[in-house]
Design a protein around this ligand. Structure first.
Ligand SMILES: [Zn+2]
Length: 242
């Protein structure tokens, strides 16, 4: 979604409680500006934000997208590959570890989240839900290599001291969109469902099933987690339980 400032007539601004207002491309009516409380932090001088959100688990954000990677002592596990992070991802990983990238987890098939997956080594093991794999076979997009390991319900990726529980809980965003939970550090990643600081009113973040989308929020609260990584945000930030 893009917003462009527009000059408003006095009739349009009269009685407005929130100012300034913006026209949103492709939508009718006016939108209030993003409130200060919903803005994230500056990406920093490198053009991206990089933070060890839990011991051994690194969060990276730029261009409205974010994801995580983690060294394990036996190779790096990385989740997703947003194209907006492509210029930074490998550099950020190398700034924290010399371990090779051995495992790539796809949260789902959308190109804005995994469209730079070809930047990772061909030898890396790519893991995804089988619905995601089927979509990627159909897309035949060289930027999104087809996963080599697939699962239907759940998959435990246990490497070194990291334990990643991958679970499919229904069509909450698109078929194959999975919950990614690092149980030793209680970090949950769920992409394109929760948006820290704002709500995707327009098209509900292209959710395929509105009921499943809403139910997923209760599922999230059922996880024993205190950090939630959401994959996309208006500005660099991740979420907590409150
Ligand atoms: Zn998506």
């Amino acid at each position: 979604m893009t917003s462009t400032p527009a000059a408003l007539s006095s009739e349009e601004t009269e009685g407005s409680a929130l100012a300034p207002q913006f026209h949103c491309a492709g939508s009718r009516g006016l939108f209030a500006a993003v409130p200060a409380a919903s803005r994230g932090r500056s990406p920093g001088p490198n053009g991206y934000a990089l933070e060890e959100i839990k011991p051994g688990i690194f969060w990276i954000s730029a261009g409205g997208y974010d994801t995580i990677f983690m060294p394990t002592g036996e190779g790096v596990i990385v989740v997703d590959a947003p194209p907006t992070l492509a210029p930074h991802m490998l550099k950020a990983i190398r700034s924290k570890t010399a371990e090779p990238i051995e495992y790539v987890v796809y949260s789902h098939s959308h190109v804005d989240h995994i469209g730079a997956a070809d930047h990772y080594p061909e030898t890396a093991i790519r893991i995804a839900h089988d619905a995601t794999a089927n979509l990627l076979v159909r897309y035949a997009d060289p930027r999104r290599p087809v996963p080599s390991v697939v699962f239907s319900d759940e998959f435990l990726l246990e490497v070194g001291d990291r334990k990643l529980e991958l679970r499919y809980r229904g069509n909450i965003h698109q078929p194959g969109n999975i919950f990614i939970y690092e149980s030793t550090q209680r970090v949950l990643m769920l992409v394109d469902v929760i948006f820290p600081g704002w709500v995707p009113f327009r098209n509900l973040a292209v959710a395929n099933d509105v009921h499943e989308f809403i139910r997923a929020h209760d599922t999230v609260l059922g996880y024993d987690c205190d950090v939630i990584v959401c994959g996309a945000s208006y500005a660099p930030r991740y979420a907590g339980r409150r």
